[in-house]
Every structure is written in C-alpha cells, then in structure tokens.
Ligand binder design. Sequence first.
Ligand code: SF4
Length: 495
Amino acid sequence: MNKTLYPDKPKCHCGVFGIYGSINASLHTYYGLHALQHRGQEACGIVTKSLNGKSHSVFNIHKGEGLVSEVFGDSKILQSELPGSSAIGHNRYSTTGSSQSRKNIQPFVVNYRLGNLAVAHNGNITNAKELREELINEGAIFQTTSDTEVILHLIARSRLNNQVEQIKEALTKLEGAYCLTILTDGKLIAARDQYGFRPLSIAKLNNAFVVASETCAFDIIQAKFIREVNPGEIVIIDDEAFETGKIKSERINGIVLPEKHCVFEYIYFSRPDSFIFGHNVDKMRRRLGKVLAKKYPVIDKDGHKVIVISVPDSSNTAALGYQNQLDKMGIKSKLEIGLIRSHYIGRTFIQPGQEKREIGVRIKFNIVRGVLEGRTIVLVDDSIVRGTTSKQLVNLIKEANPKEIHLRISSPPIMHPCYYGMDFPSREELVANRCNGSIEQIKDYLEVDSLEYLNIDEMLEAVSEIGTDNFCTACFSGIYPTKVDSSFKKEIYEL
Ligand code: SF4
C-alpha cells in the first residue's frame, strides 16, 4: 500500500532492513524493502559488503529517489552493483522539500579510522540539534541535514579502539527514537532505543540472520521470526556469534524506564499482517474497532440494518472489529464495501497544496451507490489529521443519498506534534486543533450526523494488557515520554 497516496494521514519517516550471511543479500534486502514500502516512499537504498581479495572488504551502494521497484527497477543492479553476503537497506519518507536532497537518502556510508560503516535509521533523535552543535564545535563537517549523520560522527570521533564499543558509546548519547541497522566490515548490528518507540525484529533465513522494522519483511523472503529486539538492546551478529547487550542502564535515578511503544503503529502505520510490540497488528486493530462499537454503537432509527463501511485499506480491520461487535451486541448491521479505492493512481498527484489534495481524494475513492443509498452508514476510519479527506469522503458518500452518515474514529483526536519519527502537519493544520479539541465542532465541520472518537483510555483499553502503561500517546495527550527541546524543529534536519 502506498501511504503517500493518503493525502491526509501522518507519514512515517522510515523502514529499515538488514541481513547477514546470505548469498542473495541484496535480493533479500530488495524484497524486504518492498514489503516495508508503506513506511517510506520518497527514496530508498541498499548497501552491501563484499570482499575484494581474501580479506579486504568493499561497501557497495545504490540509492535513489522513488519506490523500491523504481530505484531497483533494473535487476542487473542487484547482481552487478550490489554483490556480497551482508546488506542493510532503508526506505525513506521525508517532509516536502527535503526529498529534494539526495544526500539525505540512506543508508549512509563512511570509511574512518576503524574501517567501513553503513547505517540505516528509523526514528528521530530528539537531542540531535545539541549533539550536532557540539560536534561542529569540535570540528566535524556534516554532509547532510539528517539526524542520522550525527550517529556516524559520534562513532567515528570516539577514542575507543573497538568498533562495537564505539557504537555502544555513541548510542548512550542519543535521546529519542531509533531503530538502527548498522553494517561494519565484519558485523551486522541492530539497536533499538530504550523506550522501544518503533518496532524492530530478528529472524533467521537458513543460516542467515535478518533484522527488519516489521515482520511482513520476513514473510516475503520466508525468514523465520525469532523475536523482537528488546527496547534498549543492541544485537551484534557475525560469523562466530549472535551477541546481545544493553545500550545503557534501564534505570534513571533508580527508576526503571517504562517502554513507550508508538500506539500509532497499531492504529495506522504498521501493516496488519505484521507482529509488533508482542501482538499481531490485525488483532489490535480489530480490538480498537470492537471497543469503538462498544462505546459508540449506531442503531438505525427505523429498525433496519446499519451499513458499516471502512475507508480502504487502512481502516478495513477496525471496521471488521466494529461490525463484529455490533453483531455481538444484537444490533442489526452489515459490513459492506461502500468505497472503492483506485490502485492505479501513480505518484503524480501527490503534490502539496489544498486544491490538489481535494482532487486527489476524488481520484482515489469512488462510492458504491447501491450499497449506500437510503441506508444508515457508519464510516469507520483510523484517524483524522487535517480533516480535508474526511470531509471530501463524506461529500462523496452524500452523493449516494444515504439516510444518515455516522463517522467513528478508532483513535483519539490528534492535537500535538510527534517528535519520534512520525510526520504530522503543523498544529494549525490539525482539524482537532482548529476546533479546540471540540468533537462537536469537528462534526459540524465534517457535516455528519454524528462523530465519535475513542478517547485515550478507551484506546489503551483496546491495545494494552490490563495494568500496563507501555504506550506513547503524546500526539493525543501532549505528554511526551522524553525531554523534548521546545525549539526542536524537524525541518532543521530535513531541509
Ligand atoms: S507522538 Fe504519537 S505518533 Fe509519535 S510516537 Fe507517540 S504515539 Fe506515536
């Protein structure tokens, strides 16, 4: 699913992949990135390590702007340009304008005192600005505007004499969200920040080890899932061993740091066929729909069946859960396909600017009149960002003359920015903010018969084990799990 085609959804910054010990390392990475395409569509890249002679290693790189199928469209690239038995890959999404900078396309590669190093990063380093300023004052020269380059400089400037120790030392200085795959001359290294904001898992493919943002990247190459990389864990893979360690103490002032997984991964981002944060995404998304139905059911005023439809594809699973629960509650209902999504739009219409977004919605969706006409419709969506797409969809549905339209959202209103690797528009553009958090005002703006969102407790009831508090909800609550520099602006790093 090409998520840039959803003009009114937040964007995830990246997806990462790594493999060690496969004769088809670049091909497997290509397939892995293909499965992770939803995590970033602006650019992608693969770095492999091969041997020149018996022991001299060479890092090979190919990257470019566009989808994986476009950047690696010529299969000869994998064979001739990317030989080797280990590789890392990266899919990138970037904010408008930043995609113009080819230099920011990952993986980044450097050659320094202790050899070669390539890094691919998913997340956002919240203290990157301070670290960058410190490094510049010490004489570092930056090639890109990406926070990921800060990690490379920290490693390369370390005075330690062991590469793994250098990497560990660099990671202790980072704050915020990161899932990393790092390739060195002899190792594949994976690391995840202490809060575990973004998902990262490990699998085996025959004798090779594989690391990826989501398990759907394992399925495509038939790798066998082993486990998730734990929050705060570093995993080091080479010919001899699979080692694991802690990046830094889990305690601050004696208090154990809680895990803070991004709840939006369950709501919208991750693919429903992935397993992340200990659960299947599909199951969590159904549960969100189920709680939504329990709290906010819709009944047809004339005793007919209500028609439950999703905004395809991202809300399909939540709509299933919603209708299933209505059924269990004895409310007459039917799950229908009321909106048809075109799969053949291409990338040309994805342009900034209100007018083009609105045209985009009509190009992208059409209504099934026979399903909607004269019926009470429940439109289930996973989130509302600007509200422009929702308004357009409601207007489209109205063209079929339904009896009523009720909108149900399987997450709370988005009120705040994300500093951990998800890109929302500015506060001023968020419809919930424009309406001062008033659901009534949003309902009036969207011109629906009723509108309900899950509140934060209801959302957590759906996705959490009872008594746990291991999710970040900052974009809904404004409560950030880490210190955030108030002057932080992602544009500084994403020019
Ligand atoms: S702020 Fe929202 S999108 Fe960002 S990590 Fe937290 S829950 Fe996820």
